[in-house]
Design a protein around this ligand. Sequence first.
Ligand SMILES: Cc1cc2nc3c(=O)[nH]c(=O)nc-3n(C[C@H](O)[C@H](O)[C@H](O)COP(=O)(O)OP(=O)(O)OC[C@H]3O[C@@H](n4cnc5c(N)ncnc54)[C@H](O)[C@@H]3O)c2cc1C
Length: 450
Amino acid sequence: MVGRKIGDHAVVLGASMAGLLAARLLADAYLEVTVVERDVLTGVPGPRRAVPQGPHIHGLLAKGQQALEELFPGFTKELAANGVPVGDFGTSLSWYFKGRMIKKTETGLVCISAGRPRLEEEIRERVRALSNVRFLDEADIVGLIASDDRQRITGVRIQRHAEGSDEEVLPADLVVDASGRASRTPRWLIELGYPEVPEERVKIDLTYTTADFATLPFDPIGDGVGLVCVANPAQPRGGTLARIPGRYQLSLYGFLGDHAPTDRAGFLAYAKSLPVPEIYRAVEHAEMITEPVAMKFPADVRHHYERMDRLPAGLLVVGDAACIFNPIYAQGMTVAAIGALVLRKHLELGQPPKPRAFFKDLAAVIDAPWDMAAGGDLGFPGVQGKRTLKVRMGNSYIPMLQSAAARDPRLSDAFLRAAGLVDPPQALMRPGVITRVLRQARAPRQPASS
Ligand SMILES: Cc1cc2nc3c(=O)[nH]c(=O)nc-3n(C[C@H](O)[C@H](O)[C@H](O)COP(=O)(O)OP(=O)(O)OC[C@H]3O[C@@H](n4cnc5c(N)ncnc54)[C@H](O)[C@@H]3O)c2cc1C
């Protein structure tokens, strides 16, 4: 890590996953780090008000677990010792594509099933323990402060919620925007005279609906972690049943306006419509301990900061504020963690990070998950967007691979490594993998078994 500090004060906008991970690394490089957050951060068990995705299942991909372990050594063991389900991605989860389970296999990739609020809290408490990090919660970030020539961001304007508070200025050598999908950086840049940030959008009109259950009278998970039924163009709805500390969660989702109802009967009927009957059987007579809660997810959105010709110094953007992925691929937290590793690389240069170089490197790590998510979404006929040759090839080949993985555990392993962002997607195009896929495609079809 960085020995000499490269600045006095860094300010992070937003104390969610991306903001916390950025703060963890900035603490090595700046004398002081302030994390500004509009929500209350202490004494609030469970989902936070300003993170509406909190009640929904949050899978942490294998690469995300590896990155968290790098940033907080011992993290996984500590969580497991405190009752968080931990398992192998290939054996503790049952993965279903078009209703068929891919072969279970040891992958060596670790899955942590903490539930979103718990995972965030575990990270927050580790960041809070850093002596030079200060949390300023119940405060809104209302704008940026720039130098007279607008070439450099020199701080932020904040407004505390406490009655009678006046707007304040926090001077900063570096501002990191981790304020999620509500990020106002594109607007602030325009106000400062910069061009519009190029944006890519794939509308999917997805809705997530989630309920928690105390126990499962019929339990298809056992001491594993969960069961994943992935949507496909022929059936654009899916669901995940997961074991998290002290409870089970079922998240159901549908594309293009199809959504699970939020009343118990409607929610259960939707679960019953999935091609994996174990999901419905598990919850049919289970005690529901939270009302089903729904959240709309209109579009995948990517802000191409790397395409900006001009950017002010002293301002970076990370996490969902830079790119929002369809949650069914469970990439957001992992990409936030990979983005934090990119930030570390730039801080380790021993000088204030250069925005254009940072955004170029960030874009390079976003490319693969973006292609997987936005490209995968374009496999659904009603989703509008340009279907390039690469997209069309991917959407023909990946279902073949998933189908072949129902019989070949080596293909399950290859698939989970790529979907877990541990291997690049190109790894699925290696001759050895393609040969196995084609061999299975030609073999007579047999019923799949575990
Ligand atoms: C339904 C759903 C399911 C998901 N499932 C998964 C999953 O399975 N796996 C996965 O990896 N990811 C999943 N995600 C994505 C994941 O939640 C995000 O990628 C992840 O939280 C990283 O987000 P972030 O920290 O960038 O932003 P956020 O989590 O959105 O946090 C932004 C923070 O900034 C604060 N903030 C915003 N504006 C201001 C302001 N003006 N002033 C002060 N504070 C402000 C907010 O209060 C909040 O705390 C899911 C998302 C959704 C919607």
